[in-house]
Design a protein around this ligand. Sequence first.
Ligand SMILES: NC(=O)c1ccc[n+]([C@@H]2O[C@H](COP(=O)([O-])OP(=O)(O)OC[C@H]3O[C@@H](n4cnc5c(N)ncnc54)[C@H](OP(=O)(O)O)[C@@H]3O)[C@@H](O)[C@H]2O)c1
Length: 268
Amino acid sequence: MINTNRTALITGASSGIGTVYAKTLAKEGWGLIVVGRRNERLTKLKQEIQLHHKVNIQILVADLSVNEDLEHLLSVIDHSPGIELLINNAGFGSSGDYFKSKYSIQQQMLDVHITACTRIVHHAVPKMIKRGKGAIINVASLSAFFPAPNSYFYCSTKAFMVTFSECMHIDLKSHNIKVQALCPGFTHTEFHSRQGIVHSGNYLQLKLLWKSPQQVVNKSLKALRKSKVICIPGLLNRIIYLFSKVIPNSIYYKLAAHNSDMFLHSKK
Ligand SMILES: NC(=O)c1ccc[n+]([C@@H]2O[C@H](COP(=O)([O-])OP(=O)(O)OC[C@H]3O[C@@H](n4cnc5c(N)ncnc54)[C@H](OP(=O)(O)O)[C@@H]3O)[C@@H](O)[C@H]2O)c1
């Protein structure tokens, strides 16, 4: 059982951005509850962290698209009154023609990005309100602002996460609870390779557009300290975001139809 007063719960901690959140927070002395499906990855992460830092780490193996696993996670939250930081990071993308893909994959995305995220928040936040402090980071995506072909569910679930976070921010500010929607652009993790996608582009494009998970996490934690609600790591990504606010929809749709895979190539 975690007994520290400062505990962070991180979903999707077994790789990428979630692993980096775990390592970075452990360095700052946070106790951790790390969640993911791959037990061996989580165990390795725990061993690696505890080699350098004296922090409590609880591993929770859970598939967040499976209701029983989610219920188990909620019961862990019930018994861990000290969760001060909640990071809803677990997620995945899917590429290809929506109408030819299996609906079960899209359902899984709804389950992980929306049902799990909102139910975990619903369980954890009342305890934060009681404690009079807390923070939530919902890892959305820059895609939330860019409807794209073949990303129907990814773009819309991430847009949901942004709006959900903004609504909560308005309500929870008076309870001393910070809320952030982290909206990374391209980040070097397993996210794309899991979909059979490799990145391409010239040196400048790759350097400017792609960030390391450490850069993303540093930006997120810095923005959280400043209570920024929407956090977009990377100057170019922030310019692209501003562009989404001013470009007329009709022009955007044409551009999106022609440039959706500008920096990504399917291996297949
Ligand atoms: N990389 C990018 O370019 C990028 C850009 C914008 C936003 N994001 C977002 O960043 C978040 C983290 O992704 P990442 O880039 O770090 O990719 P990643 O390395 O593939 O990590 C994804 C994490 O989510 C977990 N996960 C996926 N499905 C799950 C499920 N059903 N149940 C429990 N855990 C599950 C995975 O753990 P297990 O496989 O062990 O379950 C893994 O720990 C995602 O929400 C993603 O949408 C990524």
